[in-house]
Design a binder for this molecule. Structure first.
Ligand SMILES: Cc1cc2nc3c(=O)[nH]c(=O)nc-3n(C[C@H](O)[C@H](O)[C@H](O)COP(=O)(O)O)c2cc1C
Length: 190
């Protein structure tokens, strides 16, 4: 089996849900977001198509958590409803920073492009000693934002839609269990 630094980081990255309070420097955040932009993309102009919102303000993070949980309470899915109703659940895991990636509303590749950028960000974060977790949950806050006030507060430009989000921070515990994953379904046609 080939092993190199890239494969090591890919295998080492796991979703982190416990963070220390230490804030991440703007320099480090800029570095990981820049690495995000080197992802493959189906849209024409990745620099223009992507919009990054980096939230480090505790009051806004708390507000987003509450809005997302309110939205989850309306979900048809019981497990989402249960999380919305769980007072102990913080959908941002008390992380010091949340990144929301938005893309042009009318881009047919928006979801793919943001996902590729997101994975680059998560791997880059891991490579510089930061933990991360890709999150769907907080995006529900935007479903609850019928008059666009949250979009305005977060300065997401008109014509852009939030597609992916992730929390980033220093891991509370550096010993992370990494269960082996085996390829189960694979078929070569030769
Ligand atoms: C599209 C997407 C949405 C996710 N949303 C959430 C989420 O809302 N909350 C959460 O705790 N984890 C979320 N995750 C993380 C997954 O639970 C996690 O990646 C998966 O269990 C595999 O674990 P690993 O990341 O440690 O390999 C999400 C992952 C993806 C790719």
């Amino acid at each position: 089996m080939i092993e190199n630094e890239t494969i090591k980081i890919i295998k080492q990255r796991r979703s982190i849900r416990k963070f220390s309070e230490k804030q991440i420097s703007e320099n480090d955040l800029n570095k990981i977001i820049e690495a995000g932009l080197y992802a493959p993309h189906g849209g024409r102009d990745i620099e223009q198509d992507m919009h990054f919102t980096i939230i480090q303000n505790k009051n806004i993070l708390d507000k987003l958590n509450l809005l997302a949980k309110e939205a989850a309470k309306q979900s048809e899915m019981e497990w989402l409803k249960d999380l919305g109703n769980n007072d102990d659940f913080n959908c941002l895991y008390n992380a010091p920073a949340l990144i929301i990636i938005s893309n042009k509303e009318n881009s047919p590749c928006a979801v793919y492009d943001c996902s590729a950028v997101t994975q680059n960000i998560l791997l880059t974060a891991e490579s510089i000693g930061l933990g991360s977790c890709w999150l769907y949950f907080p995006l529900q806050a935007f479903d609850y934002d019928k008059n666009g006030e949250l979009m305005k507060e977060l300065k997401i430009p008109q014509g852009y839609k939030p597609i992916t989000s992730m929390v980033i921070g220093y891991k509370e515990n550096n010993i992370i269990e990494i269960p082996e994953r085996k390829v189960k379904n694979i078929c070569y046609i030769k």
